[in-house]
Design a protein. Structure first.
Length: 459
């Protein structure tokens, strides 16, 4: 592995058309590193780079390239090279490529596969989008329970080179149904004549091919495995999923949630690769919704115009009130959404969340309320801008902060749970959306308390 600085230097040197120099420089990088350099540099002629790579390294590098680079590279290949590349790519990486291609191109590439690889590709593409079946590979090692350890090791030597990973060996019956999984270390340490059945404990975890990809994340966390078997509904072993594929899912899901929480639709590609039109369309919808929501804030202020005209001083604290509510709501929403994503809480625990956030909102609101009261009180020592009724104004601001923060924390914590109950992604209860909701409510709370405390004085 080379350091980040060395990688940067190599990236600069790879911007050359000298094939001999390209071959020397490419040899210094592992396939994953070379792919990263190509993905992040627009100056490198990657078609030239692939001319100097040996077949095995070329395939491994190709599997880690971004989709648009993969497509451009395939289009530059001659038919023979195109066919050999598509046949050599691991089934899961090939599925990730194929599922993004237009139908005409997909059919063309499928026709270039061998009969066996085409059958595998079609089987994987038949699974629903975003399902575990789209991530799995059928390249794994399975053995029978009546085999000896010696037979298992011989089988691994003969067929292990075609397996995605050799960390775990799977035990199946004669029909292919999964019985157990055993770490290869256990075979290496066991007597050669010991039966596989004697090593089995029937303690294994598996994934269903039609389940959502997100469900695989939790199982990998719980089992601490680098690979997990994938079965159908009846337990027939279909393939395996490796941890590198799940890491990609985690990155995609986290990116999507962060973008949604920021008040935009999830982007389909990297930021700099998204077209200007798509960038605008993804953001415009939410901005329009939030703008319409803020119009309710303007309507609320219009409703209290008389109060504002009679007590202009109240307008000074509007930003303070509504921002405190929005901030507390965003805090609560962030904590709840992340807790749900990590499996730390479920919808059934909503009452515990409500009670906890109610108390949190009360304490946090009281802290801000006290600070607000002291701020107004301190200013009266140097100015008479608040007039003789400064204490009632201070009470109005303080109690408003308590009420708004409580409402903000409750909204921020309950809305994600409600959306999850409705089957909607909780991430869409974005910070801007919650802030807009709390803005309107905050004004109502503020002016209602102002009328209560200042009636007959300023109002």
């Amino acid at each position: 592995m080379v350091s980040y600085e060395e990688k940067e230097l190599l990236a600069e040197r790879l911007v050359t058309r000298n094939l001999y120099k390209l071959k020397q420089l490419s040899a210094l990088l592992q396939p994953e590193e070379l792919a990263e350099v190509i993905n992040t540099s627009k100056e490198i002629d990657f078609t030239k780079v692939f001319q100097v790579l040996d077949a095995e390294k070329a395939v491994k590098t190709f599997e880690h390239l971004d989709f648009d680079i993969q497509v451009e590279l395939l289009q530059s290949f001659q038919v023979d090279q195109l066919s050999s590349t598509l046949n050599a790519i691991s089934p899961d990486d090939r599925t990730a490529l194929f599922e993004q291609l237009p139908p005409a191109t997909l059919q063309k590439y499928l026709s270039l596969l061998s009969d066996e690889e085409r059958k595998t590709a079609n089987q994987l593409l038949q699974y629903p989008e975003e399902s575990i079946g789209r991530l799995m590979t059928p390249d794994f090692i399975s053995v029978k329970e009546d085999w000896t350890v010696q037979q298992v090791l011989d089988h691994i030597r003969n067929f292990g080179k075609d397996s995605e990973t050799l960390n775990v060996i799977y035990v199946t019956d004669n029909k292919g149904f999964l019985l157990d999984d055993i770490k290869v270390r256990d075979f290496l340490l066991a007597p050669l004549q010991q039966k596989v059945s004697e090593l089995m404990d029937h303690q294994y975890a598996s994934l269903n091919a039609k389940d959502d990809q997100e469900s695989a994340i939790e199982v990998f966390k719980q089992t601490d495995r680098v690979a997990l078997p994938v079965t159908d509904f009846n337990g027939l072993l279909l393939g395996i999923i490796t941890i590198d594929d799940v890491v990609d899912v985690i990155e995609e899901e986290d990116t999507e949630d962060i973008q949604k929480f920021g008040g935009t639709e999830a982007l389909e590609d990297a930021y700099l690769k998204v077209s200007f039109r798509e960038m605008v369309s993804k953001r415009a919808g939410w901005l329009i919704i939030l703008f319409l929501g803020e119009m309710l804030t303007a309507s609320a202020m219009g409703y209290f115009t008389n109060e504002l005209n009679r007590a202009v001083i109240l307008a000074l604290f509007i930003p303070l009130i509504i921002s405190s509510g929005g901030n507390s709501g965003s805090q609560a929403a962030t904590l709840i959404i992340r807790a749900m994503a990590l499996g730390e809480l479920t919808i059934e625990q909503w009452w515990l969340v409500m009670r906890r956030e109610l108390l949190s909102g009360l304490v946090l609101g009281s802290i801000l309320g006290i600070i607000g009261f002291l701020r107004i009180a301190a200013w009266t020592l140097f100015t008479d801008m608040y007039g003789p009724h400064w204490m009632m104004i201070a009470f109005t601001v303080s109690f408003s902060l308590v009420g708004v923060v409580i409402f903000g924390t409750l909204s921020g914590s309950m809305l994600p749970l409600l959306l999850r109950r409705l089957g909607v992604d909780p991430a869409i209860s974005s910070a801007p959306f919650i802030a807009t909701l709390v803005d309107v409510t905050g004004l109502v709370i503020y002016f209602s308390l102002a009328y209560f405390f200042l009636k007959g004085l300023l109002l």
